[in-house]
Design a protein around this ligand. Structure first.
Ligand SMILES: Nc1nc2c(c(=O)[nH]1)N[C@H]1C(S)=C(S)[C@@H](COP(=O)(O)O)O[C@H]1N2
Ligand SMILES: [Mo]
Length: 321
């Protein structure tokens, strides 16, 4: 079963993505899955049941970030995904299984004293892991709560030791159109790239995930290594990273290249600044029919607001120019 849709432009695909975000369509999508016996047939759609109320945290849980909301149902978080390399619908999870993640080299270089290139298995061994429960918020106005496994980005900083000229960190996803059919759509400026400031990179919330729900990351969620920035819109949390580069100038991400007025560099979650097409005032929690109010910095104001104190208001700190 393939959900290939003809795309006239990236903009139309974005609209379709938004449509697929509505609860109605998500229900349809889940029903389709249940017909195929991928989800248990007992799954009920009449209540707000799609959350794992009994998720057991691992012994590596970082208690600093435990949340007062329910963990999103694992099936939902791993089958409703954005990964444009595999297509612009949410339903790409089977297609992403084609991605070969062993071996997988990561190159970390640029303005650093100790550049390094190593296989993900070695990196995991070197840096270990902990568990973090984070809110996650997409600019399409849906949200979830995910238990990630991984390590704080600070560990990469300690490993490669950036020089004082390093002002930004640039991340790059793999490029292989034979594996990822979305990369044949040449109106996207592949490969997917994203960037953050060096100060953002040093913030304790900035996390590199290697797993979720107590297991290795599924391909569709960005295996074997992805960024997680819980106070920013989801497009900043780049998946399937092959390169991390410490640079002098501000990187321009894939979405910013396509539509700079819609996807700014900062992309901090802010209920008061609407995206040109979608209000950010409310968010739909995956698995629930109701909406809740969006929180400034997605609820992480205390941890991150200092980062933006000295940046001029006109510098698009929240999202849009
Ligand atoms: N390489 C890559 N990373 C990506 C994307 C993508 O298309 N390609 N989509 C982004 C967007 S828009 C969102 S909302 C999140 C979705 O993460 P999830 O599918 O694990 O929920 O991944 C982000 N990272
Ligand atoms: Mo997103």
């Amino acid at each position: 079963m393939v959900f290939l849709k003809k795309k006239k432009s990236w903009c139309i695909s974005e609209n379709e993505v938004t449509d697929e975000c509505s609860f109605h369509n998500r229900r349809k999508f889940l029903k389709t899955l249940s017909y195929l016996s991928i989800l248990p047939v007992t799954l009920s759609f009449s209540k707000d049941v799609l959350s794992s109320q009994n998720y057991n945290y691992s012994s590596k849980i970082n208690k600093k970030y435990v949340l007062d909301r329910e963990i999103t149902d694992e099936k939902l978080a791993t089958t409703y995904t954005n990964f444009y390399e595999f297509g612009s619908s949410k339903n790409i999870w089977r297609r992403a299984s084609k991605l070969k993640i062993d071996p997988w080299d990561i190159t970390i270089n640029g303005l650093v004293d100790k550049p390094i290139k190593l296989d993900i298995k070695k990196l995991k061994k070197l840096l270990g892991y902990e568990e973090r429960i984070y809110r996650f918020r997409c600019v399409e106005a849906w949200s979830m709560t995910v238990p990630w496994l991984g390590f704080p980005f600070e560990k990469i900083i300690n490993l490669v030791q950036p020089t004082k000229d390093a002002k930004f960190v640039k991340f790059e996803t793999f490029y292989d159109p034979n594996v990822a059919p979305g990369q044949k759509q040449n109106w996207y400026p592949w490969p997917y790239e994203e960037g953050i400031t060096i100060d953002e990179a040093k913030n304790d919330l900035t996390f590199l995930a290697t797993g979720m729900y107590g297991k290795d990351l599924p391909n569709q969620n960005g295996a074997p290594l992805r960024l997680v920035l819980p106070w920013k819109y989801g497009f900043k949390s780049i998946k399937s990273i092959v390169g991390i580069r410490f640079v002098k100038n501000r990187p321009i991400g894939l979405w910013e290249k396509l539509a700079p007025k819609e996807y700014g560099f900062w992309a901090n979650v802010n209920p008061d600044v609407s995206h040109p097409r979608w209000s950010q005032e409310f968010e739909k929690i995956l698995g629930y029919s109701h909406v809740r109010k969006t929180e400034i910095f997605n609820g992480y104001e205390e941890q991150v607001s200092y980062l933006y104190k000295n940046i001029h208001k006109n510098d698009n700190v929240m999202l849009f120019k």
